[in-house]
Design a protein around this ligand. Structure first.
Ligand code: MN
Length: 264
């Protein structure tokens, strides 16, 4: 009888431990590394909108400072569960997709290019979920063998829409059509949506192993995802501007990233 009671007690204790460990796991918010810029070399920063979007979606944001030391970068990745590649400068066409620069090319940042390309390759190799936004989305394409329009207005021969809006950042100015069944479709539960637009570069040739999942009406690529992966995807627009302002239209994009990150 005494033995039986002891068994029951230890069973209860085990159950308690099991439930407690389950709770601590679901409550442990995943850490999301956010790629940064050094500006003129005086600071390390990322727009607050990315930080706020990660927090709103249930993640813990950390900013990944630039380094040219791959070992240091590798240790940074040891402590994150997912990565966001942020917007910013144009990507060096000569170094990363073998094209001479045309007059319409904007400012490039060699140190940021080198860091970002190493970061995204390392993160994907580790199986970490990665969300690319604007420059980050273009960089994802280039890192895996794709090319870009260096400057859409001077390179796209067919009529273009306005992709550099003169409207508030959290206001959608052009629509996109989203592939049914794609990650973006599942994340925001829409096949058409108005997005903001702040770019003059865009994906031209899609990288092998990636597919286009959204386009604007002029045919410009507005979203890509890695085929056969649920965790590597990019958008040309800026969902973080909506999400950080409390608009839930694109919150699902960040929630998906954080959900994938929690499975690390
Ligand atoms: Mn656009």
């Amino acid at each position: 009888m005494k033995n039986n009671a002891l068994k029951q007690l230890s069973f209860l204790l085990l159950m308690l431990l099991f439930v407690a460990s389950g709770f601590s796991q679901t409550q442990k918010r995943p850490v999301i590394g956010i790629s940064s810029t050094t500006g003129e070399g005086t600071n390390t920063s990322a727009p607050l909108t990315y930080v706020q979007s990660v927090i709103r979606a249930g993640g813990v944001p950390v900013i990944l400072p630039l380094t040219d030391d791959p070992e240091l970068l590798s240790r940074m990745l040891d402590v994150v569960d997912g990565v966001i590649m942020t917007g910013g400068e144009d990507i060096d066409p000569l170094k990363y997709f073998g094209e001479e620069p045309i007059p319409g090319l904007g400012e490039i940042s060699p140190s940021r290019d080198a860091f970002d390309i190493t970061l995204i390759k390392m993160a994907v190799k580790r199986g970490l979920p990665v969300l690319g936004i604007c420059r980050g989305h273009q960089l994802m394409n280039v890192a895996f063998g794709g090319t870009l329009y260096q400057d859409m207005p001077s390179q796209v021969k067919t009529p273009l829409l306005k992709h550099r809006q003169s409207a508030p950042g959290n206001y959608g100015t052009h629509s996109i059509s989203i592939e049914k069944g794609s990650l973006l479709n599942k994340q925001i539960s829409k096949e058409s949506v108005a997005v903001n637009s702040f770019h003059h570069q865009a994906v031209k040739d899609v990288a092998p192993g990636f597919k286009v999942t959204a386009r604007s009406k002029d045919g410009i690529v507005e979203a890509i995802e890695m085929e056969g992966s649920q965790r590597v995807f990019g958008v040309q627009f800026h969902p973080e501007v909506f999400t950080s302002k409390g608009d839930d239209t694109f919150l699902g994009i960040f929630k998906h990233l954080i959900n994938e990150a929690s499975k690390k």
